[in-house]
Design a protein around this ligand. Structure first.
Ligand code: GAP
Length: 450
């Protein structure tokens, strides 16, 4: 992209992403007609496709592309002892400060606890920090009593740890191997903010990699590199990604070493994914609390040991915000002419191919309808039936459709169509019989701007 174009490119703000998401059906506020539920968001017709596509690329990367990683889908509700063993009941807390004046609540590590209240501005009204556990509790069964208290999982990882032995005994995996899982997690965050960045209900894509303790440094480095490289497969600009190593005071209670992959969100650099070295902490604790031996037997050496774990933990809903941020562009085409375009990688785009007739008459609409039906087998498609090409292109640009296929009068004569590329707006003539292979090939070799 030229320097001038770079300057013209408007800076993306959260407000712009929230507005586009609502306008085009990516993300809606939860329970909006009742005034909204903070900390929760609903994914609309395009948002759910985008989220599923991100999940699909991650799942393929982890399971299909590695012969030693298998999948799992554990229940959200788990035995409450799991969370005592994991250390979450005791340690999964944030320091909460309340303002005695306006009743505002803040994370003590996000404000100056000795300063004025960030909301009402009053001095000397901030109370002492106290520990606030982030786990949601609820009750299982018809009677609400202490014995029936159950937690909504704050991380998906524990479902993997408690199934470690089941997976080893039921599949062919041998250390080193991984278990991957995608699912909902819940945290009663003191402050939910920044759209879908920090929410009370969210989704994680986690992978626990079980290794011999001696190999910890090697695998930790391997997963650090592998995870940052993965983001180029989503078409994310590498200049918008960086590592942040946790200092001793930042480490989670289960971690002996950790790096965040940070992304340049509209509100600045923030965590996107955590890579944690969890030692044998979780398996050891579950062994202690359950009385069930969690050791692994190496069949070749006959060594019995508790494996160490390297964890890669990415936010799926947070990845949606990353992809929206990275894709957004307001491109100035001329005086007063700005097109909003989402440069999604074609593998992530909710709609891959939009088909439209140049005019509705002369049988062209019917031809476009038939072509769109034929393409459905291979791609997520959309029919644009109005015959207003200019408007159709702009709408498809705004939802990030990489290919628009136009049927015109020549199509009737020679069975060719025009394919128009979202990023460059260039057009080419292609035979209908070659269209599927042509688009597939283009998707495979996609480079932003083409
Ligand atoms: N099992 C380890 C674990 O949960 P984490 O760093 O607390 O580690 C991992 O969370 C990832 O989950 C984060 O990098 C982020 O992408 C996502 N995440 C965590 N809390 C979140 C929240 N409240 N809202 C949205 N995503 C969140």
């Amino acid at each position: 992209m030229s320097e001038k174009k770079d300057q013209e490119k408007a800076k993306v703000t959260l407000e712009k992403l929230v507005s586009l998401s609502k306008r085009r059906g990516f993300v809606f506020q939860s329970s909006e007609i009742y005034g909204g539920q903070s900390g929760a968001w609903d994914y609309g017709p395009l948002g759910v496709e985008l989220k599923k596509n991100i999940q699909g690329v991650w799942w393929k990367e982890m399971t299909q592309m590695h012969d030693n990683i298998v999948g799992l889908d554990a229940a959200i509700l788990m035995h409450p002892r799991v969370w005592h063993a994991s250390g979450h009941v005791e340690n999964f807390t944030d320091p909460l400060i309340e303002c005695k004046g306006c009743r505002g609540r803040f994370r003590a590590d996000h404000i100056d606890p000795k300063g004025a209240c960030p909301t009402c501005g009053k001095k000397d009204t901030l109370g002492e920090p106290r520990k606030f556990n982030l786990m949601f509790t609820t009750h299982i069964g018809p009677v609400e009593e202490t014995a029936s208290t159950i937690y909504l999982r704050p991380e998906t990882a524990q479902g993997i740890f408690v199934n470690f032995k089941n997976v080893v005994s039921s599949s062919r995996v041998k250390v080193p191997f991984g278990i991957a899982q995608v699912g909902k997690a819940f945290r009663n965050e003191i402050v939910t903010k920044a759209f879908i960045f920090r929410t009370a209900e969210f989704e994680q894509m986690e992978m626990q990699f079980f290794i011999h303790p001696k190999e910890e440094p090697k695998w930790f480095e391997y997963w650090k590199q592998s995870r940052i490289e993965y983001y180029s497969k989503l078409g994310i600009d590498p200049a918008h990604l960086r590592f942040h190593q946790h200092g001793k005071d930042e480490l989670a209670h289960y971690a002996i070493n950790a790096f965040d992959i940070e992304f340049l969100f509209p509100m600045g650099w923030q965590e996107l994914e955590g890579i944690h070295s969890r030692s044998d902490y979780d398996l050891r604790r579950h062994q202690e609390f359950s009385g069930d031996k969690q050791e692994y037997l190496d069949q070749e050496t006959q060594e019995r040991y508790l494996p160490y774990v390297i964890e890669t933990s990415a936010g799926l809903t947070r990845s949606v915000l990353m992809v929206l941020t990275d894709a957004y562009e307001e491109e100035v085409l001329g005086e007063g002419d700005v097109r909003t375009v989402m440069h999604f990688h074609p593998n992530l785009a909710p709609v891959k191919v939009a088909v439209m007739p140049v005019v509705k008459k002369d049988g062209l609409l019917e031809l476009a309808q038939k072509l769109e039906m034929d393409l459905r087998e291979d791609f997520a498609t959309m029919l644009e039936p109005t015959g207003n090409i200019g408007k159709n292109y702009r709408r498809q640009d705004e939802i990030g459709t990489p290919y628009c296929v136009t049927v015109d009068h020549t199509t009737k004569e020679d069975n060719t169509v025009t394919i128009r590329y979202r990023d460059s707006m260039k057009q080419e003539r292609v035979k209908i019989s070659e269209l599927v292979g042509f688009i597939r090939n283009n998707m495979k070799n996609y480079q932003r701007g083409q």
